[in-house]
Design a protein around this ligand. Structure first.
Ligand SMILES: CC(C)(COP(=O)(O)OP(=O)(O)OC[C@H]1O[C@@H](n2cnc3c(N)ncnc32)[C@H](O)[C@@H]1OP(=O)(O)O)[C@@H](O)C(=O)NCCC(=O)NCCS
Length: 127
């Protein structure tokens, strides 16, 4: 959470995903992210993502997924290319929004692997 003067002005959540592959890949997904309208464009969203990314890297997470606007997330290190081998849990309304960022040093590009997410994201309307 991002707080100012005791009030929450931004929030991000990261949850683990199951990567169905023979590789032992540890993945997470970023969702949701929100910053209160009056506080947007002050780098609060970027800072929340960056600090989460550092924590996940320290935990040994290999890859971080996101489903969102590439115009925003590409500035923060996500790319469509990094996600192309990973099949999202549901059919996407906006396939161009499926992105990932490799956090570890290994090249996690594999032939293809299905992603499963936590229960709260298991709603096709979110995808
Ligand atoms: C998207 C959102 C989280 C961005 O948070 P923020 O704190 O305003 O973002 P930042 O200030 O860190 O922005 C970083 C950069 O991205 C740009 N940016 C911000 N929102 C953007 C958007 N929606 N699309 C494209 N670029 C955006 C900023 O202009 C800034 O550019 P700069 O580095 O050239 O100055 C915020 O606008 C929001 O809560 N929107 C509504 C909810 C939402 O859409 N969440 C994302 C769901 S996937």
């Amino acid at each position: 959470m991002a707080e100012t003067e005791g009030a929450v002005v931004g929030h991000v959540a990261f949850s683990p995903v199951i990567v169905d592959s023979s590789e032992d890949t540890q993945g997470y997904i970023l969702a949701p992210l929100g910053v209160k309208p009056d506080y947007q464009k002050r780098r609060i969203g970027s800072t929340l993502i960056e600090s989460g990314k550092q924590r996940l890297s320290a935990m040994g997470v290999d890859i971080l997924f996101v489903y969102g606007d590439p115009e925003y997330y590409s500035r923060l290190g996500f790319s469509v290319d990094a996600a192309e081998c990973y099949i999202p849990p549901y059919r996407l309304e906006y396939p161009f929004g499926w992105q990932a960022m490799v956090l570890g040093e290994r090249d996690w590009r594999i032939s293809s692997a299905k992603i499963a997410c936590v229960g709260s994201l298991c709603d096709p309307r979110l995808w």
